[in-house]
Ligand binder design. Sequence first.
Ligand SMILES: Cc1cc2nc3c(=O)[nH]c(=O)nc-3n(C[C@H](O)[C@H](O)[C@H](O)COP(=O)(O)OP(=O)(O)OC[C@H]3O[C@@H](n4cnc5c(N)ncnc54)[C@H](O)[C@@H]3O)c2cc1C
Length: 395
Amino acid sequence: MRFTPQDEQFRAEVREWLKANLTGEFAGLRGAGGPGREHERHDERLAWNRHLAAAGWTCLGWPAEHGGRGATLTRQVIFYEEYAQADAPARVSIVGEELLGPTLLAFGTPDQQQRFLPPIRAVRELWCQGYSEPGAGSDLANVATRAALDGDDWVINGQKIWTSLAHLADWCFVLARTEAGSRRGGGLSYLLVPMDQPGITVRPIRQMTGTAEFNEVFFDDARTDKANVVGEVNDGWKVAMATLGFERGTAFLAQQIAFQREVSDLIEVAHKNGATAEAAIRQELADAYVGVQIMKYNGLRMLTKLVKTGVLGPESSIGKLYWSSWHRRLGEIAMHVLGTDGLLVEGEPGGEYALNELERTFMVSRSETIYAGASEIQRNIIGERVLGLPREPRA
Ligand SMILES: Cc1cc2nc3c(=O)[nH]c(=O)nc-3n(C[C@H](O)[C@H](O)[C@H](O)COP(=O)(O)OP(=O)(O)OC[C@H]3O[C@@H](n4cnc5c(N)ncnc54)[C@H](O)[C@@H]3O)c2cc1C
């Protein structure tokens, strides 16, 4: 795998643009936002995202007719690498840009594409993902939220949970049962539902980080237009699975850049507070560094496969399992480095509190082995679909 001179030129262009634009009103946004910090400077990050959009730096992989650059996968990865390298603020529109957008490009009608893609690209409408329910997480086919036609509208009843950023979203793509009495993946439809309506209640769930980034979402006779179903009615499972495929998209291939920075920062803290005097900590830090190198080369291997075959395949589970386990371990190492200082936070008992960067990594990384396919599920995929081992017994 080599980057072509044109790719390198593209990299230089991205780097220059970010350098020239993460200045002035946006200068202070470096490093803002992201898991455990989504509450930070949301309006300013929204303005930054719209600034990116105006310069054509959103939805890079989309075809030009829908406002993208038709960028190759390699260039998309280069963009994310440079974005991470510049420590640019976490983007606010990832769900629309990376999950729903590609789904609509693959399954949406021309009318749906015309209605929904431009505001995603311009970051004028934000989206959330309404899949999980109290009884349907890893076992997503157990979805019980239902929708029925009433005149020109779908009427939706039920509950979703863990809906990230629902409190900030304008729209939600909802997996709902539209065929009464159906079971499992059959009889589900993929509906696009406006959030700002009386039939929808969003209740934030406070996490151990002290912040609330995901929510319970209740649908009580919520409505959406009959036309807002993606793919065929009762055949939404196929569409929902395609969205999950896009969720394992290209951005994570650039993650190791941010991880490398975290390791370097941690080593600096360990030098300063004397933790490196301990052999066990030195070994843990070296292990963490080795992990970043493994992610870097595994990422290149996956990118090569993507470029050559166009699909990631079940091997992408190795990447998800590895980075999430590695990051959780890094959080634990960070606590070893901090020692008893890691038990202290700024704030009043029982009230608001502020975590430092390392404490946040320790806590947030616990969620990473759960979302986008829990580690146990990734191991099942690797066992069954990569190694050809016997199938896990199904309940
Ligand atoms: C930070 C965060 C953000 C999220 N954002 C969203 C969102 O925006 N939209 C959305 O729809 N959902 C979201 N989720 C939900 C996420 O998709 C689910 O948490 C995930 O699918 C796991 O489901 P569950 O929580 O119901 O756990 P369960 O599926 O109940 O799993 C419980 C435990 O059992 C294990 N387990 C389950 N099945 C098997 C099996 N077959 N074999 C072996 N072990 C098994 C799991 O690995 C886990 O350890 C988010 C979750 C988190 C943590």
